[in-house]
Design a protein around this ligand. Structure first.
Ligand code: PEP
Ligand code: MG
Length: 625
């Protein structure tokens, strides 16, 4: 209706940075539709002060009043008709994670909201963004495929197809994306060297996903559209072929695979965010620990506020450096003597590992899990590697080949793994307990505070645990006597099989703590393979058969019952039983809320999710009040 009319939208603070500035756009002589449809380029709101000073002043008064009333950033729409201001709408404004932190922090400092509200204003699921590089979505990029968002963040690098190539390239200072059909523990070195990991198969708790999250590295898993030719060092997606050396970007927060280099934004752990996390700590009642296997990861976890290690997967240590040869010799030995010979070589390494962990986590509890994976994961895949074992052990090559073939299992996840290894090859667990307790005694003697917690995996029957607990206590007593010191240590178990949860009252007789291994507990309760279900689970989620991927967010009605039952039955036998969770769910905000309800003592998650878990635990505690 003329130049004394106009319309606009504004935010009471900047919704992308959180700065306390009036932020918005308007158009003179236009309707709201013209502003949002992008037909004309709107003017910045500050310009209105010159064009219509009276209206501008009114608008400022109104926005300040609205924000004070609602005590939150407002997203407002207004119109001006012949010099008269009309407010059309106000609502709480959407904001980035960065802005959420700044606004919550500032509003508390301004006295507008209390601390509890400030903590609740920052969404745990959103802050993950603040801890990883992100793709700058304002610049166009070319998505060629989509997989599962297995570990957040984004990475750019040249495609490589083997772990060795990743390590070689990283040594030359090149950034690479490791592309594999799936990863196995053998690929750890290459995964560590790569900027990001892309796999064609596997779900949210597949090896690639779990290890990448632990490393804080981005990962897109189970990207079914990829056809990988490992020998030819290429992959195809439909008609498109990507060869070794071509640049890729992967977005582990969305699952996108991008051809070429997308532009990345680096993360910041700002002072305000760190402070809000300390406010969160004032409210939470759940402890937060980290799943960490190395002193380096432990340090990151501690810096992020972890209160101990909830799970150290010792198998990851078996691949470090040259020791894999001795590990293979142990596995391929055809009798106990042979195994013991090889274990003697491994023990000094293990002790060093534990010394490093205990030192990095001094004064805090460190839960060390005895060996868990099926042995075939360690066996050599090439004749060259088998020959190396033959040379080191003096055993005939043919015998080693035959033994390796013998270890094949049709269902390795339900096979010879977990405590079953300890029952059948007690010398392996014995060696690990020696190494743990020796390391602890050595540090204790040096005046350090160590709190080892020895954890036995995949218990189904209390007798498995009682036998292994007895062995553990005997070894520990012997070592402590040798060293002439006493170390307070705990022996506990993982609850990862339905039978363990169903008989938790019996199991608790031999366990000082339970750690719910909800990756395996989900796998075994739902009868869904952690490694194969990625191919069809997305359809289940699309159809809302499961609201969320049950390997990501705990299936409360099913698996949740077993957790609740495990806690209740366990405490009925042992009232002071410590309980925690160390499956991937330990870093998922909804699952953390469930853990609060179930009465767990702590959650344990990958180091980079510790801040998310601290915040989510605070939300859960405040909401429970
Ligand atoms: C689990 O099963 O939840 C667990 C933590 O153990 P892993 O993932 O190593 O099997
Ligand atoms: Mg497990």
């Amino acid at each position: 209706m003329g130049n004394d009319c106009g319309t606009g939208v504004a935010f009471t603070r900047d919704p992308s940075t959180g700065e306390n500035v009036f932020f918005g756009e308007y158009l003179v002589n236009a309707q709201g539709e013209d502003v949002v449809a992008g037909i004309r380029t709107p003017e910045p709101i500050a310009k209105l002060e010159n064009e219509m000073p009276v209206v501008y002043k009114q608008l400022v008064d109104v926005y300040l009043k609205l924000e004070k009333h609602y005590k939150d950033i407002q997203d407002i729409e207004f119109t001006i008709e012949k010099g008269v201001l009309y407010m059309l709408q106000t609502r709480s404004g959407k904001r980035t994670a960065k802005a959420a932190v700044k606004i919550a922090y500032d509003m508390f400092k301004e006295g507008l909201i209390d601390k509890e509200t400030a903590v609740l204003r920052v969404e745990p699921a959103q802050v993950d963004q603040l801890l990883h590089p992100m793709i700058d979505t304002s610049i166009a990029y070319d998505i060629i495929a989509k997989g599962l968002p297995a570990s957040p963040g984004a990475a750019v690098g040249k495609a490589v197809f083997t772990a060795e190539d990743a390590e070689d390239a990283a040594e030359k200072g090149e950034s690479v994306i490791l592309v594999r059909a799936e990863t196995s523990p053998e690929d750890i070195g290459g995964m560590n060297a790569a900027k990001g990991i892309l796999t064609a198969t596997g779900g949210m708790t597949s090896h690639a996903a779990v290890v990448a999250r632990g490393m804080g590295k981005c990962c897109v898993a189970g990207c079914g559209a990829l056809r990988i030719d490992e020998k030819g060092k290429t992959f195809t997606v439909g008609e498109l072929t990507i060869a070794e050396g071509e640049i890729l970007t992967i977005n582990g927060s969305t699952g996108e695979v991008i051809k070429g280099a997308a532009s990345l934004i680096e993360p910041e752990l700002s002072g305000e965010f760190a402070e809000i996390l300390t406010w969160a700590d004032e409210f939470r009642t759940l402890g937060v620990r980290a799943n960490a296997d190395t002193p380096g990861d432990s340090k990151i976890a501690r810096d992020f506020g972890a209160e101990g290690i909830g799970l150290c997967r010792t198998e990851h240590m078996f691949f470090e450096g040259d020791r894999i040869d001795a590990v293979r010799e142990m596995i391929l030995a055809d009798n106990e003597d042979g195994r013991r010979r090889a274990l003697t070589k491994i023990k000094p390494y293990q002790k060093e590992d534990f010394l490093g962990l205990f030192e990095a986590m001094e004064g805090l509890p460190v839960t060390i899990r005895l060996l868990d994976p099926p042995l075939h994961e360690f066996i050599p895949h090439t004749d060259e590697d088998t020959q190396k074992v033959a040379d080191a052990s003096g055993l005939p090559f043919a015998q080693l080949k035959a033994k390796a073939a013998e270890l094949h299992e049709f269902n390795p996840m339900l096979g010879h793994r977990g405590c079953r290894l300890g029952i059948t090859y007690p010398e392996v667990y014995e060696m690990q307990v020696y190494a743990i307790v020796e390391a602890a005694c050595e540090l204790k003697k040096a005046g350090k505070d160590v709190k080892p917690e020895i954890m036995i995996p995949l218990i189904g029957h209390v007798k498995e645990l009682s036998e292994l607990e007895e062995m553990t206590r005997e070894v520990a007593a012997e070592v402590m006597e040798d060293y002439g010191v006493q170390v307070d240590y705990l022996v506990g178990t993982m609850i990862e099989l339905p039978r363990a949860a169903l008989t938790a009252d019996e199991v608790a007789n031999n366990a000082e703590f339970f750690s719910f291994g909800t990756n395996d507990l989900t796998q075994t309760t739902l009868g869904l393979s952690r490694d194969d279900s990625g191919k069809f689970l997305p359809q289940y989620v699309e159809k809302v058969i499961y609201k969320e991927d049950p390997f990501v967010s705990i299936d409360e009605t099913g698996v949740g019952q077993l957790v609740e039952m495990g806690v209740q039955k366990g405490r009925s036998t042992r009232p002071n039983l410590k309980t925690g969770i160390c499956g991937e769910h330990g870093g998922d905000p909804d699952s953390i809320a469930f853990c609060q309800k179930a009465g767990l003592d702590y959650v344990s998650c990958s180091p980079f999710r510790v801040p998310v878990a601290r915040l989510a635990a605070a939300h859960a505690a405040i909401k429970a009040k």
